[in-house]
Design a protein around this ligand. Structure first.
Ligand code: COA
Length: 194
């Protein structure tokens, strides 16, 4: 699925599936994230063994993982996780994290679009995004893409420092997300990707 995409500043990134061969590159990406970003992730991404396990899980399971590369360096990591539970089989959860230096250049939205394609191909009807309350940029981008905040669970999770945090659950029907994405990409090569 390798794709080359141009960001708002003209820089080109390659988007492709993540494999276990990317482990060193992925660790370098995670290590380059400021502690403030890592703090709100659901696992400790500096733990190489854990990261390797998660990649392997994605190679065989219901988790799809994609990366964006600037030359040989990972600058974004994205995932779509299909629910293994019968009663949530219509749902897909998406996650994305962009390197600081690459933010506000459209990369997060491009990756979400790719995850949207994967969701559509796997019969997902509702996309879910979960984040801790301090993850403001995530709330803004998902809101802009048509997601609504459907639940706020006070102190439901803990950040990596151990501090309790509110968990926000945002959702969007796949069809509505398409409408927002369609508008979002009028200035790019979006048509080519359909
Ligand atoms: C959320 C995140 C992925 C967004 O990535 P990004 O590449 O900066 O997003 P984009 O450049 O595609 O932004 C698209 C739009 O979202 C909105 N947006 C994104 N970040 C924003 C911010 N910090 N402030 C205000 N608006 C923001 C804007 O409307 C933006 O369009 P614009 O730049 O034309 O105004 C990135 O900030 C990130 O990695 N955050 C930390 C990890 C995280 O919270 N992940 C989500 C958990 S699921």
């Amino acid at each position: 699925m390798d794709k080359t995409e141009a960001l708002k500043d003209g820089k080109k990134v390659v988007i492709r599936k993540l494999t276990i061969k990317d482990l060193d590159k992925l660790m370098a990406f995670y290590r380059s994230l400021p502690p403030e970003d890592r703090k709100y992730l659901r696992v400790d991404v500096t733990d190489r063994k854990l990261v390797a396990e998660r990649i392997r899980l994605a190679e065989h399971g219901r988790i799809f993982r994609i990366i964006a590369l600037d030359k040989n360096k990972i600058v974004c990591d994205g995932a779509l996780e299909l629910s293994g539970e019968e009663w949530r089989r219509h749902q897909g959860e998406i996650r994305v994290i962009v390197a600081r230096a690459f933010r506000r250049k459209g990369l997060g939205a491009i990756m979400i679009r790719e995850l949207y394609f994967l969701a559509a191909a796997n019969n997902v009807e509702t996309i879910v995004a979960k984040m801790m309350r301090p993850q403001k940029s995530a709330q803004i981008i998902f809101h802009r893409l048509g997601f609504r905040e459907e639940a706020l669970l006070p102190d439901y999770v803990r950040d990596l420092s151990g501090k309790p945090q509110d968990l926000i659950i945002m959702m969007c029907p796949l069809a509505e997300m398409w409408e927002e994405l369609d508008g979002f990409y009028t200035d790019s090569d979006w048509e080519r990707c359909r």
